[in-house]
Design a protein around this ligand. Structure first.
Ligand SMILES: Cc1cc2nc3c(=O)[nH]c(=O)nc-3n(C[C@H](O)[C@H](O)[C@H](O)COP(=O)(O)OP(=O)(O)OC[C@H]3O[C@@H](n4cnc5c(N)ncnc54)[C@H](O)[C@@H]3O)c2cc1C
Length: 537
């Protein structure tokens, strides 16, 4: 390969701009390392925008005795909430109880119970659920989130949309997180601390020469290849972690990921309160039904093996039917295919622990350093959105054992961009924004604060009236916001804006989305021309 570049040698080169890559980039840059991150598509374009969007301990993982993971995740919830109160918020989960609920047959808990109480035939008794919730409440410490309580479904709005035979429920706490915005804010903060974030940049190969990684990338927009050098590689390619090892680095290893697809369906709003449902199915699986983007309900997820990462995950007809049937066991007003307004799917890059079923594969993460090429590569397998910050700290311990440096953990308690306000401060921020920008409606101000927190005023700038915000793309999206996203949040296409920087894709029609795309492509051309002009003059 021929390159004119004479690349500097960075300390760390990260492959993958999902939550794990961006979380590590932020932590490493904050410790003073020189960092380059390459993402082949948009930030969060793969699994990290397709999750159920919960900061949670994972109640069901208790049945798999994943105590380490559950404890770490539970402890993390409030640490994260305090650092990003704009994009994360507490949520109450309503778990309706019925005596015929069953365990998945392959959980360690169901095997133990089957031996001790064989007459229960796989049923999840009431006391087991109460015990699980008690452990969940006490394992990870809570200061902000309220404890579990019992709920009568005969009264109150929680029981209203459910079949009458659900009389009792348990209500417990976890948190919501805007997953793709979390990734982007980590990337923004990493960049502010000196990291170089390259999007639409695919790593096509890397070899080691004299103890230094030589990494070749290709720009997916121009086709131009570039050479980078680094002392250490981090393979945070999620579903492609195995592809990186086998095909890009050509390492002789059997390590890999088990790819398990999870799909969600979105329907118009199915209930009139802000709590989420945790439904248990006859197959022992669980699904959530979550209030989503004010006017919608999010239902998911599934667990289906999906061996080929190059195959774009999509919600199959079978998965749609499964989720509809599952929800209809609980909701009185039946939903059908016609109610689905959107679906999305992602692939969990789980560490391949040889589990029999997709549901049983471990959700914990494993980090492994490989030096067989002559320079170190850290491979990331598995991990949850919830544990990304702890994963990054563990990754830094491994990185610091391979290359020089003794930086300390620093990310706990440090706000992400826009998140420097109290956990209960959203209403005040909305009021303040509406006072400064009198043209904002309630909904609009809330959307901006929930997306940008204390940066919302920066997005609107000196605007005194709606007309000052430039072109109107629909659903309160104006030129000023789009430009801000292009300048500060790495957005390049309408999809980046409509589905990962926001969820306005649910509200714009095809023509409006096309107008936005055309406008963004023209703006990029004009801006590159402007930049070239400034450089030349
Ligand atoms: C259905 C579902 C529901 C989930 N729900 C939750 C939840 O509620 N809470 C929770 O905590 N976790 C949840 N998770 C888990 C969580 O989403 C994932 O563990 C996490 O997003 C994985 O992040 P990642 O950075 O490892 O991978 P990804 O987000 O997939 O990032 C990897 C990136 O690497 C890039 N890449 C790959 N190859 C190359 C290359 N050659 N060059 C450059 N870039 C490359 C890809 O484009 C991709 O963007 C869920 C997962 C799924 C699938």
């Amino acid at each position: 390969m021929e390159h004119k570049d004479n690349p500097k040698i960075s300390d760390i080169f990260i492959i993958g701009g999902g939550i794990n890559g961006c979380g590590i980039a932020r932590d490493a840059a904050g410790r003073g390392y020189s960092v380059v991150l390459a993402e082949m598509d948009d930030l969060a374009s793969a699994t990290s925008s397709a999750s159920t969007k919960l900061f949670h301990g994972g109640l069901r993982y208790l049945e798999y005795f994943e105590i380490r993971l559950v404890r770490e995740a539970l402890l993390e919830r409030e640490v994260l909430l305090r650092a990003m109160p704009h994009i994360s918020w507490p949520m109450r989960f309503v778990l309706p109880y019925h005596k015929d609920m069953r365990f998945a047959s392959d959980t360690p808990a169901s095997r133990v119970l089957g031996r001790v109480f064989p007459w229960m035939r796989g049923r999840r008794p009431d006391w087991i659920i109460r015990l699980g919730l008690w452990i969940y409440d006490h394992l990870g410490g809570r200061k902000i989130l309220p404890a579990t309580k019992t709920l009568s479904l005969a009264e109150g709005p929680e029981g209203a949309p459910l079949w009458d035979h659900f009389q009792k429920a348990y209500e417990y706490s976890d948190c919501w997180i805007e997953d793709s915005r979390l990734v982007i804010l980590n990337a923004r903060d990493a960049e502010a601390r000196g990291a170089e974030i390259l999007t639409r940049t695919e790593v096509i190969g890397a070899t080691c020469k004299d103890g230094i990684w030589q990494i070749e990338t290709r720009c997916r927009k121009t086709g131009k290849t570039s050479l980078h050098q680094a002392g250490m590689l981090v393979n945070a390619a999620g579903p492609w972690a195995g592809d990186i090892l086998q095909n890009r680095l050509r390492l002789n290893t059997t390590e890999g990921v088990r790819l398990v697809r999870g799909s969600h369906i979105v329907t118009p709003k199915l209930f009139d309160h802000d709590k989420c449902y945790f439904f248990q199915g006859e197959d022992g699986r669980i699904i959530f039904a979550i209030p989503y983007e004010t006017d919608f309900t999010l239902i998911g997820t599934t667990d289906v093996d999906h061996p080929d990462p190059s195959q774009r995950p999509e919600c199959s007809d079978v998965e749609k039917a499964y989720l509809i049937a599952f929800a209809n066991q609980y909701f009185k007003k039946a939903i059908g295919l016609k109610d689905i307004v959107w679906t999305y799917s992602g692939v969990r890059p789980l560490y391949d622990d040889g589990a029999l079923t997709a549901s049983a594969a471990t959700r914990d993460y494993t980090l492994k350093v490989d030096r067989s090429a002559g320079a170190p590569v850290l491979n990331i397998f598995g991990g949850k959105i919830t544990t990304y910050r702890r994963l990054a700290e563990t990754a830094m311990d491994k990185i610091q054992s391979q290359i020089s440096g003794d930086g300390m953990s620093w990310t706990a308690g440090v706000a992400l961009p826009g998140g420097n306000f109290p956990v209960d401060g959203v209403a005040d921020l909305i009021d303040g924004l509406k006072t400064r920008y009198a043209f904002l409606t309630d909904k609009w101000a809330r959307r901006l604060v929930r997306a940008y927190g204390t940066d919302a005023a920066e997005v609107l700038g000196y605007a005194k009236a709606v007309e000052d915000l430039g072109q109107d793309f629909g659903a309160t999206l104006f030129e000023a916001e789009v430009l801000w996203l292009m300048q500060h949040e790495f957005a390049q296409t309408s999809e980046d804006v409509l589905w990962r920087r926001s969820k306005l894709g649910l509200r714009l029609n095809v023509q409006q989305a096309q107008n936005l795309e055309t406008w963004m492509q023209n703006a990029q051309r004009d801006h590159s021309a402007l930049r070239a002009f400034i450089k030349a003059s």
